[in-house]
Design a protein around this ligand. Structure first.
Ligand code: ARG
Length: 357
């Protein structure tokens, strides 16, 4: 058997598994499955219908072991854009995704699926801040330095603020990637302030409202969709305890501690912990006040518990990656911390893939 045959076999096996799951969960008759499989054998190729793809994208979310927000897996809005062929069309579909998902702050979990084995989006998320290495140190998000350089090589010019939204970088096949600026009015952002430490506003912090992961592939029935950007809404700690606080990201704990008047000379003052809590509170309250969907980690953990119960009720065991599911702030206050969970990888699912640059 050639390598190609082996791949085809593996794909067929996954297609059969997926269609069986689809049949069972939608209570379709065995006849339906037989006919569908005959069709695939005839053409030698599994091309999911929009309905199958929609179910696949939802099940992939349900199987995403790192995600604490999976209670809402079945409410995912799926845009099937497999018919699009040009960079401009894809750009427009991405703007539509941003607008639909943003929904003036009432964020809607959304995915847009593009043609497989052809389209790549180079961005980690559709909306993300640039990072620049300068003589005075790094400006912006250190995590974006590499992509920012590439954007500049492609001819993009950033303003060099700490929060420049990167352009969308779209590649079709082996063509040169093309960049497109996202109009400012399409990017919902929240300026971060604290209900009591008013000085926090002087840090001029802000964050975008909608995290739309665009560098992972969706795997459904043996087909890999390399371009399938998806979003939920934020859990506050993602911003307050990681993006703002990590030493290799915006590294803001010392600045926050100073505003709070904390003694940063001694670890025993717990200045990092105290700054962390207030920074996270500021993120949650600012989003809330602006009417932008966000969830705190206590509520998210409770929702995850409901998800686990829901899965059990459907005769499935919820799977999960413990190290990812526990929140980075006060993990032991959530039930997740106190029990093991099996990190079994089921398909459909979302997977990392090789960076195109
Ligand atoms: N952790 C990432 C960030 O801070 C976002 C990952 C997806 N998060 C989500 N809530 N869907 O930007």
């Amino acid at each position: 058997m050639t390598q190609f045959d082996e791949l085809k076999n593996k794909q067929q096996k996954e297609a059969i598994e997926f269609l069986t799951l689809y049949k069972n969960e939608n209570a379709l008759p065995q006849n339906w499955l037989n006919d569908r499989l005959d069709e695939i054998k005839k053409t030698g190729e599994f091309i999911p219908t929009t309905e199958e793809l929609t179910f696949g994208a939802k099940a992939a979310w349900r199987n995403s072991n790192r995600c604490i927000g999976r209670l809402f897996w079945n409410s995912l809005q799926v845009f099937d854009e497999r018919q699009l062929n040009t960079e401009e069309e894809i750009y427009k579909a991405l703007l539509r995704h941003i607008e639909y998902a943003t929904n003036d702050g009432k964020i809607r979990p959304t995915i847009t699926v593009f043609k497989p084995n052809s389209v790549r989006i180079w961005n980690y998320q559709l909306i993300r801040y640039a990072g620049y290495e300068t003589e005075q140190g790094i400006i912006g998000d250190p995590d974006s330095i590499k992509l920012t350089k590439i954007c500049e090589q492609l001819g993009w010019k950033g303003e060099r603020t700490p929060f420049d939204v990167l352009p969308l970088v779209i590649q079709i096949g082996e063509r040169q990637p093309v960049f497109f600026e996202i109009p400012k009015e399409n990017v919902l952002e929240v300026s971060i302030r604290h209900p009591r430490y008013e000085e926090l506003s002087k840090l001029n912090l802000k964050w975008y409202g909608v995290p739309i992961v665009s560098n992972m592939k969706l795997s459904v029935g043996g087909i890999e969709f390399q371009a399938a950007p998806f979003n939920g809404w934020y859990m506050g700690t993602e911003i307050g305890a990681r993006n703002f606080a990590d030493v290799n990201r915006y590294n803001l704990l010392p600045a926050v501690a100073e505003i709070m008047g904390l003694d940063t000379k001694s670890n025993m003052t717990l200045w990092k912990d105290r700054a962390l809590v207030e920074l996270n509170l500021a993120v949650l309250q600012s989003f809330k006040e602006d009417g932008v969907s966000i969830v705190d980690h206590h509520t998210a953990a409770q929702q995850f518990k409901l998800f686990e119960q829901q899965e059990e009720g459907a005769n499935r065991q919820a799977t999960g990656n413990w190290a990812w599911l526990i929140p980075p702030v006060s993990p032991a206050t959530t039930h997740i911390f106190h029990k093991p969970i099996e990190n079994l990888i089921k398909k459909p699912n979302y997977f990392y893939q090789k960076t195109p640059f």
